[in-house]
Design a protein around this ligand. Structure first.
Ligand code: SIN
Length: 303
């Protein structure tokens, strides 16, 4: 059987499959559907210092092969999440990644400090790329200078690996990726959702209160794959690829363009045990391609 483990430099995961933040709740909700120990790691839904109600409904809108969301990072706040993480870590040995949010740089650093101090937390993912908080989808990951300043500040406050989650809505995602790397990011994850617009013809209004929303799902896969490929060629740190992954083949495509691991997102909403199926498909695909391990294909796209 092929070796599915992947090396992120600062840690080794038993396989490259990581459920993406915001699509896997706080982990506990998925215990009835799958054994959490089978996945490489899991990212919890994004968290701020204090509880947040999120955006007004509607928050979801289906598109052909995609999903627009405008959740607005609703969540219980850092104190409650610490209790959830303690419970979760008693049910699984899979590395837990906390998706850290903040209204400003100081809050990002504070929230990162709280969770980096927990022994149950393996690493952090800095969510600088949610398009649903500010009008027009503005976020720190659209600006390389802000990204550098913020990542540096957070890194100075923690002694745990930091993954920085990038936005496809940046004018130059490679510049932002480089800024995060220079500021000390241990890895990058990309991409968050693409800014999109849904309209209600009868009301002649946008569907979402925030006007714009974030598009994910199979519709974005070729766009995301392109961005992952471009970033992988320009940075030294590991890249975790995501965007529209629904099959074992999709996973291998992301590894081929240079990703070290992948996150599985929107598919979790319609198929809660998707990771189990995708893992089985990945093993079969590797067998078919006579791959002994993922390094044999990683970054080997011939162009
Ligand atoms: C949201 O909560 O609005 C989506 C989360 C994200 O895009 O990071």
């Amino acid at each position: 059987m092929a070796d599915l483990s992947v090396d992120l430099g600062f840690c080794r995961l038993k396989n490259p499959l990581i459920p993406a933040s915001g699509t896997f709740g706080y982990g506990e909700e998925f215990v009835p559907f799958m054994d959490l120990d089978i996945i490489g790691a899991l990212v919890l839904k994004g968290i701020y210092r204090n509880a947040r109600p999120g955006n007004p409904p509607p928050r979801l809108f289906e598109t052909p092969a995609g999903l627009l969301n405008s959740i607005g990072l609703a969540g219980p706040g850092a104190d409650e999440l610490q209790g959830v993480i303690r419970r979760l870590s008693a049910t699984t040995r899979t590395p837990i990644i906390v998706n850290v949010c903040g209204q400003d740089d100081a809050e990002f650093a504070e929230v990162a400090g709280i969770f980096a101090a927990m022994p149950e937390v393996a690493m952090l993912e800095l969510n600088i790329s949610c398009p649903n908080i500010k009008r027009g989808g503005a976020c720190p990951a659209q600006d390389e200078k802000h990204t550098y300043r913020l990542v540096k500040r957070v890194k100075e406050n923690i002694a745990k690996p930091l993954i920085v989650k990038l936005s496809p809505n940046a004018a130059d995602i490679v510049a932002v990726a480089r800024a995060a790397q220079e500021a000390g990011a241990d890895a990058l994850s990309l991409v968050n959702t693409f800014l999109g617009l849904a309209v209600d013809l009868e009301k002649r209004r946008p569907v979402f209160a925030n006007t714009l929303a974030g598009l994910s799902g199979p519709a974005i896969k070729p766009l995301a794959l392109r961005l992952v490929w471009e970033v992988c060629r320009q940075v030294r740190i590991p890249v975790i690829g995501m965007g529209g992954i629904t099959s074992g083949k999709d996973v291998l495509e992301y590894i081929l363009v240079g990703a070290s691991a992948v996150q599985i997102g929107t598919v979790n909403f319609c198929e809660p045990a998707a990771a189990v199926r995708i893992l089985a498909e990945l093993e079969k695909e590797m067998e078919k391609l006579r791959l002994n391990n993922l390094n044999e294909i990683k970054g080997k796209l011939a162009v």
